[in-house]
Design a protein around this ligand. Structure first.
Ligand code: NI
Length: 236
């Protein structure tokens, strides 16, 4: 992955967080679960804009599929390196049928996890797509940042990570059903710019290590710098 160094990372696509078998397994559980009006979890501003269905967070289906997702994320190197997760909110699930969408909003800054009882600061938002783009029309996630509007519609099993401070919306679905998981992450490193530098450095070290060998003195030195920067910036 190559991108401009030093530019705060606004959005990162993480492919194949779930295998196609895992997607099918998750969808079988989710499709059989009892969905409710999505407004039960919104703040006031979001409730004004929201029109979708959601799964009860503490219900069995959400917990079972949430555990599959959490396990997949913990072993996903790119996710861990990019998000530097401190706390992950229990994954939630939403579904948009024809006519449903979610207008422009910014997510709440602090959220309480009804499963664990813990509160977290939402540094990063994540959407894990659980329906293939061919299965529905509309339903794009649109994230606005300094560089414009980014339209996101990924394969089932792929994830998009973006700063929770971003204004974003989901365009109305006009055909089919869009099913997804969404959740928030409190990062060890709060600032997007710092987290982006650490990701750039981690990727460069991995690439260099492949070229010159992991035991090269410069790799050891750069790895030390990475950890000492993380030590300066991490909040645990
Ligand atoms: Ni949102």
């Amino acid at each position: 992955m190559v991108r401009a160094l030093g530019v705060p990372l606004m959005m990162l696509q993480i492919p194949d967080v779930l295998s196609q078998d895992q997607v099918a397994q998750c969808r079988a559980i989710l499709d059989a679960a009892p969905w409710t009006d999505g407004n039960v979890t919104s703040g006031f501003q979001a409730a004004m804009a929201k029109n979708n269905e959601q799964l009860p967070q503490e219900g069995e289906a959400a917990r079972t599929v949430g555990a599959i997702i959490r396990k997949a994320l913990e072993s996903n190197r790119l996710f861990v390196s990019a998000a530097l997760p401190r706390t992950l909110l229990s994954p939630m699930f939403n579904r948009y049928g024809p006519g449903m969408g979610f207008g422009s909003h910014i997510d709440n800054a602090v959220r309480r996890d009804p499963v664990t009882g813990l509160s977290l600061r939402t540094d990063l938002s994540a959407t894990l797509f659980l329906a293939d783009p061919d299965d529905y029309d509309g339903g794009e996630l649109v994230v606005d940042d300094l560089y414009g509007s980014h339209v996101v519609k990924l394969r089932a099993g792929d994830l998009i990570l973006y700063p929770a401070s971003s204004l974003h919306h989901v365009t109305p679905v006009t055909r089919g059903v869009r099913t997804a998981s969404f959740f928030w992450i409190q990062s060890l490193v709060r600032e997007d710019a710092r987290r982006s530098l650490l990701l750039d450095m981690d990727i460069a070290i991995q690439q260099l290590s492949g070229a010159v060998g992991a035991d090269h003195p410069s790799i050891l030195s750069l790895t030390g710098v990475y950890h000492n920067l993380l030590r300066q910036w991490a909040e645990v």
